[in-house]
Design a protein around this ligand. Structure first.
Ligand SMILES: Nc1ncnc2c1ncn2[C@@H]1O[C@H](COP(=O)(O)OP(=O)(O)OP(=O)(O)O)[C@@H](O)[C@H]1O
Length: 323
């Protein structure tokens, strides 16, 4: 066996057949390695072993590896609302947590560029993503969920005052990142129908959108606006979620409906979209969320409504994939 053949055989063994175009030129080994479907740890392990073992072979001073991955379409589900503060970020986090606990490899893109809250909700405030080959590498947070958020890139409390095109470019950096083996991306959208929403819809084409609303009329009017934006752009609505419905008094247990109740389900029927479920207004949801412990990951009653909604979303995505 010649030295070049030994190098090619070693590269094939270490990369489990992923290495191609292996060459030895002037004591430099160059090769192309297909890293499709590997998560970040497996990819780094494999590249590290290739560099170390090939670099230690006779006549080799340098190892150059070009990584490629076949471009897989990574489905994005947008979680949106017409209005701020209705619980869109909370729902996005908890859908991701419920799916991760059900064994899916999910990531979150915090598309709320001007008001990112996912690092807090996923309990990974202190983390910073690194860049590789000019692309960001998502940070693994609670339950193995990959996260990319502007909140990880700016200092706490720093205002993000960008015009539309800059915010659109920031969004692209978060979406076109090294998502590795991630099967599904949940995008926490900014409230309303502005530039970032348009960038997400036009450039990144979510497979579908979940719209969150509180039951009161004003929120529902805005929710209809958000639905119209997605539909006009050809992004199907997976369904509507009613949040903050029915408050159980922690002292006497009496249920009251500060924002009304059932309005979102009725609106879903009128508009002709699915109703995905209802999440009660609960102190526990807010406390767990603020504490970076998403309620969908808990063992108490707060988890179930989120898990039911996440299951419906996952089934919808699966059905579309096989359709
Ligand atoms: N079902 C609920 N019960 C109690 N509190 C909730 C519930 N859902 C969300 N909250 C709380 O309401 C606040 C707003 O929620 P969240 O940040 O998820 O809304 P948002 O629509 O993403 O807001 P923004 O428009 O600022 O992005 C948070 O403090 C959150 O913990």
């Amino acid at each position: 066996m010649t030295q070049s053949e030994m190098i090619a055989a070693t590269a094939a063994r270490l990369s489990q057949g992923r290495a191609a175009a292996v060459r030895l030129t002037d004591s430099t080994v160059s090769l192309v390695c297909d890293v499709s479907g590997l998560d970040e740890t497996a990819r780094a392990d494999m590249i590290g072993r290739l560099k170390a073992e090939l670099g230690a072979m006779d006549g080799v001073d340098e190892v150059r590896i070009a990584e490629t991955s076949e471009r897989r379409e990574l489905p994005i589900v947008a979680v949106a609302s017409g209005k701020g503060g209705v619980g869109k970020s909370t729902l996005a986090t908890n859908i991701a947590v419920a799916l991760a606990l059900a064994g899916r490899k999910v990531g979150i893109v915090d598309a709320d560029i001007y008001g990112p809250s996912q690092p807090t909700l996923l309990g990974c405030d202190e983390t910073r993503p690194e860049a590789r080959d000019k692309k960001l590498v998502p940070v693994e947070c609670r339950h193995g969920i990959g996260l990319l958020s502007m909140g990880q890139l700016v200092k706490p409390g720093q205002a993000i005052a960008w015009r539309g095109p800059m915010a659109g470019n920031a969004l692209t950096q978060l979406v076109d990142a090294h998502w590795g083996a991630t099967e599904l991306l949940i995008a926490d959208m900014p409230p309303g129908t502005g530039d970032v929403q348009l960038s997400m819809i036009q450039r990144h084409k979510p497979v579908g959108a979940v719209i969150v609303s509180t039951p009161q009329d004003l929120a529902l009017i805005d929710a209809r606006r958000a639905i119209a934006l997605f539909e006009q752009a050809g992004v199907p609505i997976i369904g509507l979620v009613e949040n903050m419905a029915g408050y159980a008094c922690p002292h006497c247990g009496e249920i009251s409906d500060p924002f009304g109740s059932g309005g979102v389900e009725r609106a879903a029927q009128e508009i002709g979209v699915a109703f995905l479920g209802r999440i009660p207004l609960s102190l526990g949801v807010r406390e767990a969320s603020d504490g970076g412990e998403p309620p969908a990951g808990s063992e108490n009653d707060l988890a179930q409504p989120f898990r039911d909604i996440a299951g419906r979303v996952a089934r919808w995505v699966d059905e579309r994939r096989t359709a």
